[in-house]
Design a binder for this molecule. Structure first.
Ligand code: 8IG
Length: 276
């Protein structure tokens, strides 16, 4: 069986295999925390220092090569020492999205691998559109809850998983104690690859949404279902459709992400040791 066949036929076995490869390659039996760095967040990872290990994700069982510019498809292992504590962080630079059309398994393979590699906390970052007009471009927002407009779940079968504390209140409290200026919001998952119409954004606002993007939700559910705690951070990189009257473009997203990367990298570095 190829690595891709294993991913689709037995995704947890593929994640377990990838986790064993990470342990073997890094020489670290167990990692503590994982970060998935979305569009524009890749440079924030550099604030964590020099990685102890790095490889192309697709060298590991079940990972595909990346499809989108700004998503480099690397896996890194970092040793983070702060305040007398040392821990190991697994960082995924880039992710697979539902809009790529490969199905759900590749979308959640990274977080499943991270949990199988020992990670108890999964930090999911993304770039998103701002629906709440009090959010400015370049502003990071903690995800408090989500609305799934794809209705696509990484789970099948009679597993009725509670999602009332999906985006861990414990972790959000710690992060806000590091940076009290951080806002929170409700993230809507939109399949894409089209952005929304102005009418769809009006609908989302009426539903109680603050942020809209094409990732994070399946990964949060998959990580939570395996027992990990989840932190979601969205970087608002454009006003959602119909808010400013401007059209949306991917270059705007990349530029806003780079500008906020230093601040976010420093926040992650100081916060991570306090989460474990
Ligand atoms: I960056 O406005 C980014 N990702 N669905 N809508 C959706 N995804 C996004 C947007 C946006 N901006």
């Amino acid at each position: 069986m190829t690595s891709t066949e294993l991913l689709y036929s037995d995704p947890l076995a593929a994640a377990t295999a990838a986790a064993a490869e990470i342990a073997q390659r890094t020489g670290v039996a167990s990692h503590d925390v994982a970060l998935v760095m979305g569009s524009g967040w890749v440079t924030a990872a550099d604030a964590l220092g020099a990685p102890a290990y790095e490889c192309d994700a697709h060298e590991l069982t079940g990972f595909f090569a990346p499809a989108v510019e700004g998503h480099s498809g690397k896996v890194r292992s970092y040793e983070i020492t702060e305040g007398g504590k040392t821990l190991r962080a697994l960082v995924f630079l880039g992710r697979t999205h539902l809009y790529e059309g490969k199905g759900m398994e590749p979308v959640v393979h990274g977080v499943r691998t991270a949990v199988k590699a020992g990670c108890k906390v999964i930090i999911l970052t993304n770039a998103c559109g701002g629906i709440n007009t009090s959010f400015k471009v370049g502003q990071p927002v903690l995800i408090r809850d989500h609305i799934s407009l794809t209705a696509a779940s990484p789970l099948s079968g009679a597993t009725f998983v509670d999602l009332t504390d999906l985006y861990s209140k414990r972790i959000r409290t710690i992060v806000k104690s590091e940076d009290s200026s951080l806002a929170e919001g409700v993230y809507v998952h939109w399949r894409g690859p089209t952005y929304e119409t102005p009418a769809e954004i009006a609908m989302m606002r009426t539903m109680g949404a603050d942020l809209v993007g094409m990732s994070t939700v399946p990964e949060a559910i998959a990580a939570h279902a395996l027992g990990a705690e989840v932190l979601g951070i969205s970087l608002v990189t454009n006003a959602a459709a119909g808010i400013t009257g401007e059209k949306l473009n991917h270059e705007e997203v990349i530029a806003a992400g780079k500008a906020a990367a230093d601040r976010m990298g420093a926040l992650l570095k100081s916060t991570i040791p306090k989460l474990i």
